[in-house]
Ligand binder design. Structure first.
Ligand code: PLP
Length: 534
């Protein structure tokens, strides 16, 4: 005869005695760990009237410091929601015979008599045994405030009927920037051929056009295989970091930054090291600060050029210093150049990869901004430099690309149209053009507000003004953004949203027409006229 196996209740009693725990202790400690247990529920486990569901058993085992497998062995293999109700004779019974016959048969050892095994009763309310559904701890340090709590408050206000002017997100379409007609037409013509997946990296025609664009930017040695399309640059930022980083690897990221970079480094397990960009020096990266932050775990240097949120454009000398640092410390360069076609004042954008043919570089761009089609979701990245050394990383990138099948194919189908021929964005960025004139307006209007100063952006459509924190007594920039929202229905993003450490900046998107920007700047001026943070 085999020895009778201990029941769940017996094992629970033994483990509780070993710890000196009472039922109340179990309830309390399990509660601390996110598992809400009821008194009657625990007492039913203790007196053998029922056994817990496996997730509950696992928490109990954890609380008691015993292996879950051992504790739950005593519960048999009763699956899953085993919240049972004692029957009139005080013994739980199987819910149906089929459970005994199938894979979910109660173990004979749990209750020697099959008729005395606990039942699955799906009518019992289970809310007191349900564990809270929590987000992954991988997200604990991830910040993405461009669409964060202040935006949520704005949405709440809109739902309650308020009209909010949103100067928080670089989305051209709501401000009457339309996609070039030719692109819309070409996409509609090709739509029927875009029903299937493309190859994981993208359509040949799109990648060929991107490769030629890289050649025009003097990036050497780019083959069609080095070009990857993505659902916006956003997807590729995430993918490129996921493929690279082990826990604790470090990546140099600018402060202020486009916060997706910091978020994706963090999500991939890496540690972002923020290097300061210097407002006194046209917001160029502070090279000494970069050098100071490099350690043996630093794998890469991110640059955002032209920069969001500052509108800074890096000249050749600045890029040269960055290349020198990358070379010296064996860093990969990730260069986000999504605004490279929105450069004003006759200045030229230089791709850093063109100056570093020996350094492994990943250069990002896309159509969201230059072609006003942020909703189409099309971006790309181009690998250049010492690819042999990056062979293993490239395998990782390819694997992640394959896993997401491909990027949006209709949007890929118009990359060739977009990058070839006339570039309609040109008309926006010269004197008389909307982006240019709006920049002029907002730059002057902000600097006219007492207590506000701003460096003139050279590119993109953002400006990152500074607040005189002493004058306004500002210690919390998110509160400033919330107060402005509540009082003036004006939505901006506080500097902290861009990983800027002091509470003295905010970002304005200058996409709205001048009339609208005029109202916004007047409202901001009125607000700051009296604002003193409590
Ligand atoms: N990089 C920068 C610097 C951006 O400002 C943005 C969007 O605002 C992106 C990447 C994301 O662009 P996409 O629409 O291609 O995902």
């Amino acid at each position: 005869m085999t020895e009778k196996q201990e029941t769940f209740a017996e094992r629970l009693a033994r483990a509780m005695a070993a710890k000196g725990y009472k039922q109340a202790d179990l309830i309390r400690i399990a509660g601390d760990r996110g598992m809400k247990l009821g008194k009657s529920q625990v007492s039913q486990y203790a007196n053998g009237k029922t056994v817990p569901r496996r997730p509950v058993g696992e928490v109990l085992a954890d609380v008691l410091g015993v292996p879950a497998a051992w504790l739950m062995e005593g519960a048999g293999e009763i699956e899953p929601e085993t919240v049972s109700r004692g029957t009139a004779d005080g013994v739980s019974r199987p819910a149906s015979a089929s459970q005994g016959a199938g894979g979910a048969a109660p173990a004979a050892g749990a209750h020697a008599d099959a008729s005395a095994t606990p039942i699955i009763d799906r009518t019992e309310p289970r809310s007191d045994t349900m564990r809270e559904i929590k987000k992954s701890t991988k997200l604990d340090n991830v910040l993405y405030d461009v669409r964060g709590p202040v935006v949520e408050e704005a949405e709440r206000m809109e739902e309650a009927g308020a009209r909010i002017l949103k100067l928080n997100i670089g989305n051209p379409a709501p401000f009457d920037f339309r996609a070039p007609e030719e692109m819309v037409f070409d996409m509609s013509r090709q739509l029927a051929e875009c029903e299937g997946y493309s190859s994981a990296k993208g359509l040949f025609s799109a990648r060929k056009a991107i490769m030629q664009y890289a050649q025009l930017k003097h990036i050497q040695g780019v083959d069609i295989d080095d070009v990857y399309t993505g659902n916006g640059v956003s997807e590729l930022i995430n993918l490129s970091m996921l493929a690279l980083l082990d826990n604790g690897d470090e990546v140099l990221v600018p402060s202020p930054d486009y916060p997706l970079w910091t978020a994706c480094v963090t999500l991939a397990g890496g540690t972002p090291l923020h290097y300061v960009c210097d407002e006194q020096a046209e917001w160029y990266p502070d090279m000494d600060d970069i050098r100071k932050k490099i350690t043996s775990r630093t794998k890469a240097l991110v640059i955002i050029n032209p920069n969001n949120p500052t509108g800074s454009l890096y000249p050749r000398e600045v890029l040269q210093e960055l290349v020198d640092i990358a070379r010296e410390h064996d860093l990969i360069i990730f260069s986000d150049e999504i605004y490279d076609r929105i450069v004003m004042d006759g200045l030229e954008h230089i791709s850093i990869a063109s100056m570093a043919p020996d350094v492994f570089c990943v250069t990002f761009s896309g159509l969201s901004k230059s072609h006003m089609v942020a909703g189409y979701r099309i971006g790309w990245m181009v690998l250049s430099g010492d690819k042999a050394r990056a062979r293993d990383y490239i395998l990782g990138v390819n694997m992640l690309c394959n896993m997401r099948m491909c990027s949006n194919v209709p949007a890929q189908s118009i990359v060739q149209t977009a990058l070839g021929g006339h570039q309609s964005v040109q008309s926006y960025i010269v004197p008389g053009g909307r982006v240019y004139e709006q920049r002029e307006y907002v730059y002057n209007a902000l600097n006219d507000i007492p207590g506000v100063t701003a460096v003139k952006p050279k590119a993109g459509f953002y400006i990152f003004p500074k607040l005189d924190v002493k004058k306004f007594n500002i210690t919390d920039d998110e509160k400033f953004a919330l107060d402005l929202l509540h009082e003036k229905r004006l939505l901006v993003v506080h500097g902290g949203g861009f990983n800027w450490k002091k509470p003295d900046h905010f970002r304005v998107v200058y996409l709205p027409r001048i009339e609208v920007l005029g109202d916004a700047m007047r409202d901001l001026g009125d607000f700051l006229d009296h604002y003193r943070q409590a």
